[in-house]
Design a protein. Structure first.
Lengths: 205, 205
DNA sequence: ACGATCATGGTACGTCTGTATCATGAAGGT
DNA sequence: ACCTTCATGATACAGACGTACCATGATCGT
């Protein structure tokens, strides 16, 4: 036989090609042949490693979500050795905004998947839909910690604020993608809300 | 000739068929033949009233946006004879959430269009993308009025809060659509923020 | 009443799509 | 050394898609 290749590695390369072309021309416009060309392989190879298009899409989605998770984690680590709850939350939220080309692609393709999932049963019960729940729990915990440490205003409802921040972040991200808002102004809005939640020192408003 | 028909009326019927099938099976999956079947006319007729698919999509988008505008306006009117700023804003935001089947369809199709617009130049510079700006101005004005009338907390930055509320509303709407959140909990989150902005009486926190 | 015009039907064409089939060289096990 | 098995190529197929073309009653203006 020919050289035994690492299937998983191959699949990753193809999935990344899928994400690239989806980010460029939109997920709806991506075909098997496009992915093959972008990955520099033949159509047959894409069929070989992913038997059907649906499996390719599913794998691509997982790969996308994993990459996003790493991106956020790296951003949080970059926030410092022992960042406070606010710095951590801020890093998470800002990492979710489509600022550079990479996160723009992620946001666009992710939203495309989400739209598809509404009418496609196979994508609907995919675990990537649960990652927002995980994020919500994480932010809630951080806010609760801040509240316990008297870093946040006493009246804060941790979960409601967590939901709000994540929904805002998602909404702002979409409007950045649509070209309605600049990343800077979106970041400023998020910061304003964090300022409100994390009162500094003893000010009571 | 045959009975002279009202072209605009016909186009509206077909556009509504487009929106219905798009809401059911997703905008990406909608074809000329599907629209024709849903509208109960022949494929030729869809071609006759909209020469090309792109024109059909554009018209459908306008129709969708117009319908949404009416929906919101009706909801605001239903808020009472002379509603205060808070009731008005609340009506606007709640009308934007995908609660019933109609608004669910609107949200889904609208989001599909927005995703397409990112990679499609023809849709990108469509006026419906400006309606968020109009909403932002309207909410900002209402918040400013409330502030001037001492109904809102003094520290409120009207525009930042308007942006936040609309972004939250959009983000919450998307998560409702994805089945991650119930309409009720989303409405509760929005209400919590309105409670915060519109302090009651003389409380200073 | 008649011819120009409008609304509609049917259908064919070319292209693109995802998938399946046939073919073949290259290297593993024994 | 041989035969199986793996990786890859080329291409064919059936269907759906948007669009274009031809046909034909119906009715309006005159």
């Amino acid at each position: 036989m020919p050289k035994r290749v690492d299937h998983e590695e191959r699949r990753t390369e193809i999935a990344e090609a899928l994400v690239r072309v989806a980010g460029r021309r939109g997920l709806h416009a991506v075909g098997m042949r496009d992915v093959a060309a972008e990955a520099g392989v033949s159509l047959r190879l894409v069929q070989y490693y992913f038997e059907t298009k649906e499996k390719l899409l599913l794998y691509g989605l997982q790969h996308l979500a994993a990459g996003f998770g790493e991106r956020v984690a790296a951003r949080v680590r970059a926030a410092g050795e022992n960042p406070g709850p606010r710095a951590t939350i801020e890093a998470m939220l800002l990492a979710s905004l489509p600022t550079d080309e990479g996160s723009r692609t992620f946001h666009l393709v992710h939203t495309s998947y989400a739209v598809l999932a509404v009418t496609d049963a196979a994508l609907a019960d995919q675990p990537f839909l649960k990652s927002p729940d995980a994020a919500e729990d994480a932010v809630t915990d951080l806010l609760q910690q801040a509240k316990d440490a008297h870093l946040a205003r006493p009246g804060t409802d941790a979960r409601v604020e967590a939901i709000s921040l994540l929904a805002m972040s998602a909404g702002l991200g979409t409007s950045i993608l649509a070209g309605q808002r600049s990343p800077e102004s979106a970041a400023a809005v998020l910061d304003a809300h964090l300022d409100r939640i994390f009162r500094d020192g003893g000010r009571n408003d």
